[in-house]
Every structure is written in structure tokens, then in C-alpha cells.
Design a protein around this ligand. Structure first.
Ligand code: TXA
Ligand code: MG
Length: 386
């Protein structure tokens, strides 16, 4: 068949877009695989997902095995709409949840709701709740419809790695584990969905993501509550509250301003490190000006040569474009690895709109290696707790 590429194991990589009939055939095949308990990776508008039949415990177990995911981290159940999340899946829809779904679905919003009786314990990590989302990507929609069952899908990366925004990233992490990879090119949003717990009032923000918190709060008319403190030994209420996440292989430091960034860069270059500088364009330029260092600017579309030299600059886009920062973030972290970088120096982006999600991922990738700039330090009291 055209567009088919064989791979290690049973995995098959299908590039969509060859034609409407080819695409329809690939989606039928993917739907049938899901119904038989298979693993299908597919694009959503946020990141690529690793899908299995959400109501089949054996299929769900394969997700955890393929990702190397701890069993106490629950999965998001993907549906074609509120109708597919009936009482067997979601025991009860609070009116506020229904309103949010009407307003923001399909889209990058995940709602944590009381679980119905058919959701396997493994999907919920034993919690009494289930996370549901209706993705906006047409391939995701068509796949769930073809499967005729809700689809459990975490991001399609090995646990702890940056989330995949291209089919190539999925293949690199999970190729041999997949029955099928549906490739529809790079995803538009680039960070995962916003996760909120609507079993509480006000709803709790468990993970900032592709739907800006400001939009949610405007629709709700209240501020979202912060996540509950993590009880010892409990299932993590949101990713990254318990585990290192989103991280490339090289250690990441997150610098709050150009002065801090320049300090790290000077020291690392003296030590002979191969540094990947990640940030918005104006800040990258400011750090390079301060240090007088010479960087190779990499377009994110390019595959970086390995090793790429002592300093590469990975441009997330102009400061005023948080949408581009989100779209390019995970790609940049993966490019740092591909270039053989030994250190990643990330520069803080403005923390508004999608910038909240970007900074949340950068903090988790840095896992404590955040150095607030002077201005940020002054504001640290009021900083959000995610
Ligand atoms: O955009 C996305 O959300 C992507 C695409 C594929 O849809 N999926 C995704 O899944 O990011 P994942 O597994 O990487 O992150 C989902 C997170 C889980 O780690 C978990 O902490 C939280 O959502 N979650 C899932 N079920 C939950 C529940 N019942 N209560 C609280 N949090 C839950
Ligand atoms: Mg994930």
C-alpha cells in the first residue's frame, strides 16, 4: 500500500494525505486494530497520543508497558463528544462541566469527572474519577469514530521524555511497540491539553495546557483553584507533580532573565559543554550579545547535525507569539538531544496565555534547576504554584 513504511516489530507507519480513499482505509484499519486491543499512535491538535480501547484493561496495560509509565499515573479518555461519555464512562456530569464541554469541545481541554462503572481501574490509576477530552484534530475524531469506543491515550512518548509533536518523535520513542502510527505531520498546538478537576468548586487546575487558563476563568466567572497538595504514596493528581517530565537527556537550567542566562552560558562554554540555548528570539539575542558567543541558529524544521558545535540557538519565536513558543517547545528540547547537547539553557518566556503551559513544562524539564531572574525573584511571592 502507498504511504506504508515497515518498521521494527509489528509497527507500521502510515502517512496520511495520500488521498481520501487511502486515508479512509488507514482509519478503518486503525479503528479495527483498536477494537482488537491494539496500540495506535495518532495526532491530536495538542501532541501525538498513544491510543488503546479505554474499556479494555488488557489493551490499556499495553500503553503502560510501552511507555514505561508508572501505574499510578492515570490516562485521559478521548471521546467524540459528550454523547460518548455517557453514564457508563462518566457517572455524572455536573452542569458546569457540561457547559465547559459545550463551549470548549472539541479542543485542548480535559475534564476530570466522576468515573462510570465501565472505566477500568488501570485507566483511572484506581481513582474514583476519569479524565475525558474530545480532541479537535480531524484524524483523532475520525479514529475514535472508527473505533466506536472511547480511546485512552497519553502522550506518545517514553515516560519522562518531551511529548511528541511529530510522527518522527513517536517512532523514535515507541516504534517497535506500535501496531500502527498515523502520521498527519506536525501538530498545531504543541503542548498538551489543560486539565481541570470539575468535581470540586471552584474547579482545580491540574495542568495548564493548550487552552489558556484566562479563557477558562472568563467562561467560569471564577479563578481556578490550585491543585491539591500531593499526599505521600497517592496517585499523582497531575503529571509532573511526582515524576520528572518533559526532559531531554541533557540537564536543563531555566534562567529567569538574560543576565542569569549569560552567566550560565559563559561558564558552560568555558567548561567545554555543548550548549543548546532555548528561548524567544529577543532573549536569545540578548544573551548572545552579553556573552559575545557565536551560536549556530537552527531552524526547527531542520534535523540538527550531530554534534552541532559548541552552541546552538533554538528559537521559539518572537516574544509576543506564545502560540509559537508552545508549538516549538518540545521540538526544541528534542532537537537539543539530536544535536548531542550536554547542557540545555532555557530562557523564561512571558507567563501569559499559552506561556503558562510552556513555563510549566520548562520548570518540570528543569526539575528544580530554575534560577529566577531579579525581576522574577521580586514577584516570586505571587507566582502561581504550578
Ligand atoms: O493533550 C493531551 O492531553 C494529550 C493528548 C494525547 O490528548 N494527552 C496527554 O496525556 O497529555 P498524558 O497521559 O500525557 O497526561 C494526562 C494527565 C495524566 O498524567 C494525569 O495526571 C492527568 O492527566 N489525569 C488523568 N486522569 C486523571 C484523573 N482521574 N484525575 C486527575 N488527573 C488525571
Ligand atoms: Mg504525557
Amino acid at each position: 500500500m502507498d504511504g506504508l513504511r515497515g518498521g521494527a516489530g509489528e509497527g507500521v507507519w502510515v502517512r496520511l494525505g495520500a488521498g481520501p480513499e487511502e486515508d479512509a482505509a488507514a482509519l478503518r484499519r486503525a479503528g479495527a486494530l483498536l477494537r482488537r486491543g491494539g496500540l495506535v499512535a495518532f495526532p491530536t491538535e495538542t501532541v501525538y497520543g498513544l491510543g488503546a480501547d479505554a474499556l479494555n484493561p488488557q489493551a490499556v496495560a499495553r500503553i503502560f508497558a510501552a511507555k514505561g509509565r508508572p501505574a499510578d499515573n492515570p490516562l485521559i479518555v478521548h471521546v467524540t463528544g459528550v454523547e460518548q461519555a455517557g453514564p457508563e464512562v462518566v457517572a455524572h456530569w455536573p452542569p458546569v462541566a457540561r457547559r465547559l464541554a459545550e463551549r470548549f469541545w472539541p479542543g485542548p481541554l480535559t475534564l476530570v469527572l466522576p468515573a462510570g462503572p465501565r472505566v477500568p481501574a488501570a485507566v483511572r490509576a484506581g481513582l474514583p474519577t476519569v479524565a475525558v477530552r474530545c480532541p479537535a484534530h480531524p484524524v483523532a475524531q475520525a479514529l475514535i469514530a472508527a473505533a466506536g469506543t472511547p480511546v485512552a491515550a497519553p502522550s506518545a512518548n517514553r515516560s519522562g521524555r518531551p511529548s511528541p509533536t511529530r510522527a518522527e518523535d513517536v517512532w523514535a520513542d515507541l516504534g517497535p511497540h506500535l501496531d500502527l502510527l498515523l502520521d498527519a505531520g506536525p501538530v498545531p498546538v504543541g503542548v498538551e491539553s489543560t486539565v481541570i478537576d470539575v468535581t470540586a468548586w471552584p474547579p482545580r487546575l491540574l495542568r495548564p495546557g493548550g487552552l489558556p487558563v484566562e479563557e477558562l476563568e472568563a467562561a467560569l466567572g471564577v479563578s481556578l483553584a490550585p491543585p491539591p497538595a500531593l499526599a505521600q504514596g497517592a496517585a499523582a493528581p497531575a503529571p509532573g507533580m511526582k515524576y520528572r517530565h518533559y526532559a531531554p537527556e541533557a540537564p536543563v537550567v531555566l534562567a529567569g532573565d538574560a543576565d542569569q542566562g549569560a552567566g550560565f552560558l559563559r561558564r558552560w562554554l568555558e567548561e567545554g559543554q555543548r550548549v543548546a540555548l532555548v528561548g524567544c528570539r529577543e532573549d536569545l539575542e540578548a544573551v548572545l550579545r552579553r556573552t559575545g558567543a557565536d551560536a549556530r541558529w537552527l531552524a526547527l524544521e531542520d534535523e540538527p547535525a550531530r554534534p552541532a558545535g559548541p552552541l546552538i540557538a533554538l528559537d521559539l519565536g518572537p516574544r509576543a507569539r506564545p502560540d509559537l513558543h508552545a508549538r516549538r517547545l518540545f521540538r526544541a528540547l528534542r532537537a537539543a538531544d539530536a544535536a548531542g547537547s550536554t547542557r540545555v539553557l532555557a530562557l523564561a518566556v512571558p507567563e501569559e496565555g499559552l506561556g503558562r503551559a510552556v513555563m510549566n513544562r520548562l520548570r518540570k524539564a528543569a526539575a528544580g534547576g530554575e534560577v529566577p531572574g531579579r525581576e522574577r525573584e521580586a514577584r516570586a511571592e505571587g507566582r502561581d504554584r504550578l
